[in-house]
Design a protein around this ligand. Structure first.
Ligand code: SF4
Ligand code: FES
Length: 375
């Protein structure tokens, strides 16, 4: 690592793995942590103070479902008192009356609300939770009533890709400032469910046209962010903005990671907050330095003129598909195994045709081993 090390700007705080939904596309690890492993209030507040000292400007409060933390208002207030921008990433189910307003009063800046479908039946089937769609609509109304900006998050896969036009209308009807059409990334539970979730190429192409036309039509009315599907890409995305480059995440037990799937790279050891400070982990951790910058790259990344645009793509995807975290992301057309992506798409679709997984019966729903009492 020879490049100048800059402070991180963003942090994803996975406050808990507990969640009322069981989405098969979840990016959480398949080994979910129970509540008794979560950091307590004071430790999170201490961690947030260190994050602010380190230069973090934005914290995304996520999970699992972060509103299951009864201390969420305290955590938001702690960040707000340090001038840190707070974004709540929520499924919007089971949030008590008055809680959104209380969070706004504590200093919350923004809410990102996920919808598993644009139609009630889809939302309920994907999240495996009856009545969830109506609860989400109510949460969206409360967010707007509290004067908070709203992003609707739509995680896209085979079972809802035809609802993209409806997602756009839904976000407009809720008064969202922003809609994120995010094609599912295959890590965590989503990797387990890859065959059941993979869309076909024609649907992906239709989706791109719909999103581009809507972006044009809604310019100045609603922003539409589009997270493209890696398996259908020519070039990879700069995952997390590049490994340990300007953002990091913290797991419920305080393990500090460069990204949500980093634990799948078994050759690396990730440190826990408390054993060392955030500043020490950010600066010195061998795991953070392993793929920082460009010094670690092999060919074709090493001599590629996009190496400081996408930073070689996703290390965890390289691990999952190439079996080598230092390989070029197979999503890249220059990767020697890029053709494997198309094969994985075809295999997934063939499996779906053979076992009838178009009706979602083959989902492996996300489940925690046992539900624990909230902190
Ligand atoms: Fe990015 Fe590496 Fe592909 Fe170049 S070869 S586009 S740096 S992943
Ligand atoms: Fe780990 Fe992309 S998810 S680098």
């Amino acid at each position: 690592m020879s490049e100048l090390l800059l402070p991180p700007i963003g942090m994803l705080a996975e406050l808990t793995h507990r969640c009322p939904l069981q989405c098969p596309y979840c990016s959480n690890p398949t080994e979910l942590m129970k509540a008794n492993r979560e950091l307590d209030t004071q430790t999170w507040l201490y961690l947030f103070r260190q994050a602010a000292d380190l230069g973090v400007l934005q914290v995304h409060l996520s999970g699992g479902e972060p509103t299951l933390r009864r201390d969420l208002e305290q955590l938001v207030a702690g960040l707000s008192s340090r001038g840190v921008y707070t974004n709540l990433i929520t499924a919007g189910v089971g949030i008590a009356e008055g809680r959104i307003r209380a969070l706004a009063e504590a200093g919350l800046d923004h809410v990102q609300l996920s919808f598993q479908g644009a139609r009630a039946a889809t939302t309920e089937r994907i999240g495996n939770n009856r009545g969830s769609h109506e609860k989400k609509l109510e949460t969206a109304r409360r967010v707007k009533a509290a004067g908070l900006p709203l992003t609707v998050n739509a995680p896209i896969h085979r079972h809802n890709i035809e609802e993209v036009p409806d997602f756009i209308e839904l976000a407009l009807s809720l008064g969202a400032e922003r809609l994120e059409i995010a094609n599912v990334q295959y890590s965590g539970w989503a990797l387990v469910n890859r065959d059941a979730l993979m869309p076909d190429r024609a649907s992906v192409e239709r989706q791109v046209e719909i999103v581009e036309a809507a972006r044009e039509r809604l310019r100045g009315i609603m922003n539409i962010d589009f997270v493209t599907p890696d398996y259908f890409a020519t070039y990879p995305k700069p995952c997390m903005g590049g490994w340990a480059r300007d953002a990091f995440m913290v797991a419920p037990d305080g393990t500090v990671l460069p990204c949500h799937a980093a634990h799948t790279i078994r050759s690396l050891t990730f440190e826990r907050f408390g054993d060392r400070s955030l500043a020490e982990i950010w600066t010195d951790s061998p795991a953070f330095n392993a793929f920082r910058g460009t010094g670690w790259m092999q060919e074709p990344c090493r001599s590629c003129d996009r190496r400081e645009i996408d930073w070689g793509g996703c290390r965890c995807q390289a691990m999952a598909i190439a079996g080598d975290p230092a390989a070029t992301d197979p999503a890249c057309a220059k990767s020697p195994i890029h053709a494997r992506m198309s094969m994985l798409i075809e295999d997934a679709l063939a499996t779906a045709r053979a076992d009838g997984s178009n009706d979602a019966t083959t989902f492996v729903y996300r489940r925690i081993a046992a539900v624990q009492e909230p902190v």
